[in-house]
Design a protein around this ligand. Sequence first.
Ligand code: GLN
Length: 551
Amino acid sequence: MARYVFITGGVVSSLGKGLASAALGALLQARGYTVRLRKLDPYLNVDPGTMSPFEHGEVYVTDDGAETDLDLGHYERFTGVAARKTDSVSSGRIYSNVLEKERRGDYLGKTIQVIPHVTNEIKEWIAIGDTEVDFMLCEIGGTVGDIEGLPFFEAIRQFGQERPRGECIYVHLTLLPYVAASGELKTKPTQHSVKELRSIGIAPDVLVCRTEHPIPEKEIQKIALFCNVRENAVIPAHDLKSIYEAPLAYHEVGLDQAVLDAFGISPAPRPDLVRWNNVVDAVHNPDGEVNIAIVGKYTQLEDAYKSIAEALTHGGIANRVKVTSEWLDSEIFEREDPAPYLENFDGILVPGGFGERGTEGMIHAAEFARLRNVPYFGICLGMQMAVIEATRNLMGVARAGSEEFDHEAEKKGGEKRFEPVVYHLKEWLEGNRTIKREVTDDKGGTMRLGAYNANLAEGSQVAKIYGDQAISERHRHRYEVALSYREKLEGVGLKFSGMSPDGRLPEIVEIPGHPWFVGVQFHPELKSKPFEPHPLFADFVRAAVEQGRLV
Ligand code: GLN
């Protein structure tokens, strides 16, 4: 059975709980343990799939096709452990499971209550896969005291109570605000937050205190005394230049040691931190810099493209260069010539997105990249727009477009405007199962989601980049590039170099002879790690480095 670390937060949100959890996971791995990380989110959406990227940042997709919280991306990037459907759960999911059971009569006529029915459901969820790893790390979203979070806090309290002593510990993350007028770090909010936690029966074993200034020894002693934790379990967490410093930084201040101490694991195995030393060394000592333009539609909120930003950093690590990316709103290019905006970049990336807004601008960006021989990386919507661009401008099909935009317009009473080069997929194979969907199906359930295999054409650029002809990548989209123009497009230089195993769904297009022009229907950014940069991102950044030499 696994040992459990429950990670909660207090005082304010956005303290970096996800990052602290991920870094702790990485440190336990460095000491030879196996880990799994899990996120319990108090909001009422059943999953984040239907939330706008502005609300919740990126939707992270797992191999098994779950649409999850972006913290799962951190977990994967730091531990390399592929997240699963069962690693992310919200109040909405828990309640809907409970209500489904109630309707089925599973509770045999009992009155259904938060305690025990909801809390039992949460505990069952927490324990899934319990025998597979040494440590299960469960992060609770939000902060202690949130109304929605209460059933989760109650469930983790019960969970610790029901397990043998020493199998569960609680790590609480707080903030020590700095009051400039008196030049002091204030511990009171932390004391209150711990008091709140203790009032619901949870006594933290380790306190991680975010602070902009070093914590004086006497303040550590004070926190320990008032919050009832050991002095060496008060862990200062300073701001970092790069998130990838987190494992080494947390190790330095003793987080992993404090956690192992709390479990009574002694002597603790020594950590092997070579992997993280290498990553940090590459991040801090680049040999050059490249500038990438990200032309998308959710550019105001960087978290909306979190994994893309990280995967570009990993591409930089692979080439020992710093990647500076600038986010450009594609709508600009619907009014203005993209050249003055894009001319000075070494590469252009058009990421995923939903809906028509901004897509004409993406098409102009793809055209610019194709004509000016600038490396172009189109991801999902970015691939679809590159195909539309080629169909319009290389084959003269002026009305080439995506059914997605017609569907959107038709809902508002508009007319069909496009020749669908990108169409709505209603049936596909998942392994040997046929999946059928209608446009009108549930919003959350109509997408091709999760890992699918693809075969890469022999001799293609992507086969060289992957060093393999069989790949598996994660998907999240409703629409697909049509095969109707394949032959003609290949005739004018846009090669369909990756296809689904049954040959029906285009997965990758590329332009041979262009310095780097690749469009992918999937999301490679979701699988990139700092210690194992995704081959497409590594090679895109390499091409951008070459481009930089030319400029
Ligand atoms: N909107 C497009 C589709 O559904 C692309 C989705 C995406 O970029 N993730 O097919």
